[in-house]
Design a protein around this ligand. Structure first.
Ligand SMILES: [Zn+2]
Length: 168
């Protein structure tokens, strides 16, 4: 019996290659928030109570933010991405992701990660950038908010799940 723990990011769940109800998987509630933007939310709702949903401790979030700022990836990570990293750090878990920014910060923190060939899924996610100061949303990334000067953070705007499902 393996007791290995994995943290799932949004793209890993969207891939549907993974059964998120497995007890070996930890999911931050912010990832569930990103998932709830799309139709897949209904497909996994029935197993919500089986999901191993955890919140990362403040100490681990802090350490993650620091590493992300040092590596220059802070602005490329959504709140859910940060939670994924912090949970993996806290539980010494492996991250399942194909997101380059997550992989980069994971390396810096000594967290192991595995890809799940999810690149096609990552492509259908549309990203927004949200100001950490005034909360305005932008469709394009810039280093600082043009209105108030605070840094921008990536958030999921929507995703299109029809990519692999079109049938004649
Ligand atoms: Zn702003």
């Amino acid at each position: 019996m393996s007791s290995a723990l994995y943290v799932l990011d949004t793209s890993a769940i969207l891939s549907r290659k993974i059964n998120p109800g497995s007890r070996n998987f930890i999911i931050p509630s912010s990832v569930m928030g990103e998932i709830s933007l799309g139709r897949i939310a209904r497909n996994i709702q029935w197993l919500q109570e089986d999901l191993n949903i955890r919140e990362p401790g403040a100490k681990f979030l802090e350490e993650t933010s620091k590493a992300a700022m040092e590596s220059g990836d802070f602005n490329k990570l959504s709140r859910a991405d940060m939670d994924v990293l912090a949970l993996a750090l806290e539980f010494k878990a492996t991250i399942i992701t194909d997101d380059f920014a997550i992989e980069n910060v994971a390396s810096k923190l000594g967290i192991s990660f595995i890809g799940a060939d999810l690149k096609e899924i990552s492509k259908v996610i549309k990203w927004n950038f949200r100001c950490t100061g005034c909360g305005r949303r932008f469709s394009k990334f810039s280093k600082d908010c043009p209105v108030c000067g605070h840094s921008l953070r990536r958030t999921v705007k929507s995703y299109n799940e029809s990519g692999n499902e079109s049938r004649p």
